[in-house]
Ligand binder design. Structure first.
Ligand code: GLP
Length: 241
């Protein structure tokens, strides 16, 4: 695992956007796995700036989702599909045709999760998967005690994660209890994993991920198993290392 400590979130975003730009330049139809939450926004802003400035052509790149809430109506502004369309697809000048993810409003959610796992493989696998980290060490929505070999499936959120994500909704009651998430085993199949963590609130989770034992109690520690994992942290998030 490669650890890169950067001064702040903007520098982390710029560094990772440069790595993504290099990948897309080398492989124009690369499949980019994107994450939601606040942390990756500087990456998407830096990437969009490169596209707007004419330094980067992402027109053939493909984008896929890491996870999705279950039960939000189609088009809900906080569904992760809507978030990725707003924060990634539109700013990069891509269209929905370049983007796929699991349907959290599907009638048969379990079947939808399996189908999404297969769709990722059928698309040739993820070239670069962006990850954030939950304060409890989760990646995607793989909460502590998720199997390190898990596949894409339905999961129940912990109360802590619902509280952490309540800021995107009008009230805690509106935060869904269930999600579809790529499993840890699924995530580990991406060719390059890039985790960004910023801010002091992530310091304990980062320390457990990087320096703690491999443990299902800290899902992000599974990155220790991956041959090409990069963890980018700002100084605050690195303060427990
Ligand atoms: C959600 C997402 C994760 C993300 C986490 C942290 O739980 N499913 O993919 O890493 O939030 O979000 P933030 O970056 O806003 O702290």
């Amino acid at each position: 695992m490669e650890i890169v400590i950067v001064p702040d979130a903007a520098a982390g975003g710029e560094l990772i956007a440069s790595a993504m730009a290099e990948l897309v330049t080398r492989k124009p139809d690369a499949l980019l796995g994107v994450a939601t939450g606040s942390t990756p926004l500087p990456i998407y802003q830096a990437l969009a700036a490169k596209v707007r400035g004419g330094a980067l052509d992402v027109s053939r790149a493909r984008v896929c989702q890491l996870d999705e809430y279950v039960g939000l109506p189609t088009g809900h502004p906080e569904s992760y599909r809507s978030v990725v369309l707003r924060e990634v697809i539109e700013p990069l000048g891509l269209t929905e045709a370049s983007f796929f993810g699991p349907d959290g409003a599907a009638e048969d959610v379990a079947a939808e999760a399996i189908a999404y796992d297969h769709a990722l493989a059928a698309a040739g696998g993820v070239d670069l998967q962006l990850l954030g980290i939950g304060t409890d060490g989760h990646i995607g929505f793989n909460e502590p005690c998720s199997s390190l070999a898990s596949r894409t499936r339905i999961k129940t959120l912990t109360q802590q994660t619902r509280v952490d994500n309540a800021r995107f909704f009008d009230s805690l009651d509106e935060v869904p209890h269930h999600v579809i998430t790529q499993g840890i085993g699924t995530i580990l199949e991406a060719r390059h994993l890039v985790l960004l963590a910023t801010g002091e609130a992530k310091a304990d989770a980062v320390a457990a991920t990087v320096e703690g034992p491999l443990s299902a109690l800290v899902p992000a520690s599974a990155l220790q198993l991956h041959p090409h994992a990069t963890v980018v942290v700002d100084e605050a998030a690195a303060s427990g290392l």
